[in-house]
Design a protein around this ligand. Structure first.
Ligand code: DP6
Length: 332
């Protein structure tokens, strides 16, 4: 018998970053993080367990077989699900993304969130949202946040039980309401990053004298970001979002040897964002483990900001994305 389920999840961009693991085996982060799930960035994954069959798992991503290391990572994750469900069957996994890889949005966050939901359901488990975020976390830390929609807080916690993500619910009774957010994703390069986030985190933690300071300031940044969201103050949010990401990159650059994801285009994009801000547009930068820059702005100004960035950075594609929904089961 074959047991199958299909699920999808959107990617998310951290407003306050996750950078470093207190426990690598369980993916317990050193800091709590806050993110925005982006609409229109879904990865859809089908998992089929072939009961009675033997052999290895087979994986395809957008029709292509990934590297042996990537397959091994998926298999290790499926082992967690099999162990809990008491299954030994090998799985067939097909994953496809609605956004082209070139957009830099087809991330491991969406991939492992969709895989966690599809695999657990195919294995006959009905996990609640919190348990699903904890399971997705084991595949890739940021995947914990892609299980949920909108604004998401991943509580660092101390162990498997307490390290989970939850949706941030803002009071709706604010005079101006919570900020209406959007993200303009700038595709500056399509090259793969030279060092994976897992390896770069390990190196930053192990050798950067600035890392402890970033961890400390991150707790303050998170409180500030949540306060800004609660009071509906976008400039206050934007400032702390940009500072938190630049601080993370400063800590990476101070690693020995240095970890430098930036290219000259990264700096150009940062300058373009600062210039637009000086002209009065609400826009702030954030950068993940790569050279591409994402611009946080308001939903109301999103189109104008995206158009201005396209004009100032010729040849760069800019994707405007609004908040998106949670992981879900497809096709039932
Ligand atoms: C810079 O979640 O990809 O995007 O847990 O090792 O798989 P692993 O790392 P991953 O790291 C994401 C790092 C980041 C910041 C963030 O998303 O919070």
């Amino acid at each position: 018998m074959t047991r199958t389920a299909t699920a999808s999840a959107n990617t998310n961009i951290a407003l306050i970053k996750y950078w470093g693991k207190a426990d690598e085996a369980l993916t317990i982060p050193t800091t709590s993080s806050l993110s925005l799930t982006l609409g229109g960035t879904r990865t859809t994954t089908t998992v089929s367990f072939e009961e009675g069959a033997r052999g290895a798992d087979t994986v395809t991503i957008d029709g292509v077989r990934p590297s042996p290391a990537q397959v091994a990572r998926v298999s290790r994750f499926l082992d967690l699900v099999r162990h809990r469900a008491g299954l030994t069957a090998p799985a067939t996994v097909h994953s496809s993304s609605t956004v082209p890889l070139a957009a830099g949005l087809a991330s491991s966050a969406a991939g492992f969130a969709a895989l966690a939901l599809a695999a657990s359901r195919a294995a006959g488990m009905e996990l609640d949202a919190r348990a699903l975020t904890r399971l997705a976390r084991r595949g890739s830390g940021s995947a914990a946040r892609s299980v949920l929609g909108g604004l998401v807080l991943w509580n660092a916690g101390k162990d498997d039980e307490t390290s989970y993500a939850e949706q941030v619910v803002l009071p709706t009774a604010q005079p101006d309401g919570p900020p209406d957010l959007a993200m303009a994703v700038m595709v500056l390069t399509q090259e793969r990053k030279e060092i994976s986030s897992t390896a770069a985190m390990r190196a930053t933690m192990g050798s950067s004298p600035l890392y402890p300071a970033w961890v400390e300031s991150s707790a303050v940044d998170l409180r500030e970001a949540l306060a800004a969201l609660r009071s509906g103050d976008l400039p206050r949010l934007g400032e702390v979002v940009e500072a938190n990401a630049l601080g993370m990159h400063a800590a990476m650059m101070a690693s020995r040897p240095a970890i430098m994801y930036w290219t000259p285009r990264t700096l150009e994009a940062l300058r373009a964002i600062a210039a637009l801000r000086h002209e009065g547009m609400p826009v702030w930068a954030t950068i993940d483990a790569g050279a591409n820059v994402k611009a946080l702005t308001s939903g109301a100004c999103g189109e104008r900001v995206a158009a201005a960035l396209r004009e100032r950075l010729p040849g760069v594609s800019v994707w405007l994305r609004r908040p998106g929904g949670a992981a879900r089961i497809e096709g039932v």
